[in-house]
Design a protein around this ligand. Structure first.
Ligand SMILES: [Zn+2]
Length: 357
């Protein structure tokens, strides 16, 4: 079914050759690196100042209201870092220097999420198996949401379009407290079952979790003297917002009414067709998306060449993706605005919740 709508009159090898040539030509013609440019360096500075500055405000706040607001400002910096820095860093798409390249990957751990587990779930599983059940982490919802016709439909899914964003609100809390450990010891994805993980990575995960919970919870309670209830309530409430922002931006590009849900990677003649069939871009002209969505809104180019910094995606989507998709007769899906993409996401969930196909 899936391969019928994505076709190429010239063959995948020719398409890939042209894709890589055009990408290389773009960087050579403009004499720029594939890694961080000025916009990305600005994002790195914003991330560092936002994270450290807001944490300083939390640690020096005296009243309840100022604590809650600064705490929120700080946790929102985590959403910015996760989307705009950590994802690229774990694709080695920011800097050349080996030490910095490795150090930046820990930006995930700084925000409470294991970078090692992320690379297992995202780089390995998601990138190689987009929209394939039991392989793509993006579809792993413990049965709470039904994204694909291959997932069992439960009665509760009839209302999934109504509760979807509440489920997304739990995204960061789930990762921080449960999912990282669950993925290591009780993996849901077939590709991770039986996999042995280096002891040093497990030790690092535990250490980073302790570090994270220390600076976000233990210090405010035991050093600064704020009440346990206030700190826990601030943590959980703001994490709901961080989770909702993060999960929504991550999910709308793949879980959409216009996208396909293959049974396996064999559904397509080549993986490039798989990428186009399972991914939809959006918000090309949005300033907010450009600065805050970490390039996840221009996602086709990311899946075709993931080691390029996301601040180049806008130019590459216009000069490479759109023209060659057209030339090779491949369906390129894009929504004009974020709200259009959200609508497609909502309608997809509603359809999959109400029907069995
Ligand atoms: Zn990625």
């Amino acid at each position: 079914m899936a391969s019928q709508t994505v076709t190429s009159g010239t063959g995948p090898d020719l398409f890939k050759k042209e894709l890589h040539e055009r990408v290389r030509d773009y960087f050579e013609a403009n004499d720029i690196s594939r890694l961080a440019n000025g916009q990305m360096r600005a994002k790195l500075a914003i991330a560092a100042i936002w994270w450290a500055g807001s944490l300083a405000l939390v640690y020096t706040s005296s009243g309840t209201l100022s604590f809650v607001l600064f705490y929120g400002l700080h946790l929102l910096s985590h959403a910015f870092i996760l989307l705009n820095i950590a994802h690229d860093a774990n694709h080695f798409a920011i800097v050349e220097n080996n030490f910095l390249k490795r150090a930046l990957r820990y930006s995930f751990d700084l925000c409470g999420i294991s970078s090692y587990v992320w690379r297992q779930l995202h780089n390995l599983q998601h990138h190689n198996n987009i929209n394939i059940i039991k392989e793509d982490d993006g579809l792993a919802t413990r049965g709470i949401l039904r994204y694909t016709p291959f997932a069992k439909r439960l009665k509760v899914h009839r209302a999934q379009h109504l509760y979807v964003f509440l489920a997304y609100a739990l995204f960061s809390i789930d990762y921080i407290l449960f999912k990282d450990f669950e993925s290591l010891f009780f993996p849901f994805l077939d590709g991770l079952k039986g996999k042995k993980h280096p002891k040093i990575e497990i030790l690092k995960i535990i250490s980073f979790k302790i570090f994270y919970l220390t600076y976000t919870l233990i210090i405010p309670i035991y050093v600064l003297g704020f009440s346990t209830g206030l700190v826990l309530l601030s943590f959980f409430c703001w994490q709901l917002i961080v989770g909702m922002i993060g999960a929504t931006i991550i999910q709308v590009s793949h879980q959409s009414r216009s996208n396909q849900y293959p049974a396996s990677t064999n559904d397509y003649e080549d993986f490039v067709y798989h990428v186009f069939a399972t991914t939809a871009d959006h918000s090309y002209n949005s300033f907010i998306a450009d600065w805050f969505f970490g390039g996840l809104h221009l996602h086709v180019i990311h899946h075709l060449v993931p080691r390029i910094c996301h601040t180049h995606y806008r130019a590459l989507t216009a000069t490479v993706i759109e023209p060659i998709a057209k030339k090779h007769n491949i369906s390129y899906r894009t929504n004009e605005t974020f709200f259009d993409a959200l609508r497609e996401h909502y309608l997809h969930l509603r359809a999959l919740g109400l029907k069995t196909a």
